[in-house]
Design a protein around this ligand. Structure first.
Ligand SMILES: O=P(O)(O)OC[C@H]1O[C@H](OP(=O)(O)OP(=O)(O)O)[C@H](O)[C@@H]1O
Ligand code: HPA
Ligand SMILES: [Mg+2]
Length: 183
């Protein structure tokens, strides 16, 4: 089965690949201005952020280093458990670093709220967040996010790194799963 065949499992496409790339280019220009003359450490949150990280990093005309943190709160379901677990910690020391956390989505905000608190004690010079998607209606905690791609409705979405039970991360677009997939 080719990846494009599974696009048929979507009931709605919310954001297309072209829209994502145009938005990441816009965000990259802002980051280049905001971080001019600084070295940035991009911290991708595994696994959802893999696509955003790959595309945003290549768009940036800046010196960046990349690191990854793996945390999980969703397991195989569609609701955050609220309990965040570290599955892989950073390799880097954050002391005096300009850290830009790269995320696919801010849903309840619980993951980022936990991460920001965790990073706060590590001595970074600055910590900002870039998230491709945000669901304003789902917020359980407010997250200060400097770079947001798209505000989307409160529906479970997949594609471009986002999974349902570990599948659909390889879709190029972001969309809502069709009901027949759940049954
Ligand atoms: O704002 P929240 O409600 O906390 O949800 C957002 C988080 O949930 C997803 O990760 P998940 O825990 O599913 O792991 P994954 O990235 O490996 O899919 C997503 O990638 C974010 O990290
Ligand atoms: O809507 C979503 N889809 C996939 N993974 C997620 N993790 C948080 N929200 C979502
Ligand atoms: Mg997930």
């Amino acid at each position: 089965m080719h990846a494009s065949d599974i696009e048929g499992d979507l009931s709605t496409v919310l954001v297309t690949e072209a829209e994502i790339h145009a938005k990441l280019a816009e965000i990259a220009r802002r980051i280049e201005t905001d971080y001019a003359g600084k070295d940035v450490l991009l911290v991708g949150v595994l696994k959802g952020a893999i696509m955003v990280m790959a595309d945003l990093a290549r768009e940036l005309r800046l010196h960046v280093e990349t690191d990854w943190m793996a945390v999980s709160s969703y397991g195989a379901g569609t609701k955050s458990s609220g309990v965040v677990q570290i599955r892989k910690d950073l390799d880097s020391d954050l002391t005096d670093r300009h850290v830009l956390i790269v995320e696919d989505i801010i849903d309840s905000g619980l993951t980022l709220s936990w991460l920001l608190e965790n990073f706060a004690s590590r001595g970074a010079a600055s910590i900002e967040v870039c998230a491709l998607l945000r669901k304003p209606e789902a917020a359980k905690v407010e997250i200060e996010c400097r770079y947001v791609g798209f505000d989307i409705p409160n529906e479970f979405v997949v594609g471009y790194g986002l999974d349902y039970a570990e599948k659909y991360r390889n879709l190029r677009d972001v969309g809502v799963l069709a009901p027949h997939v759940y049954s």
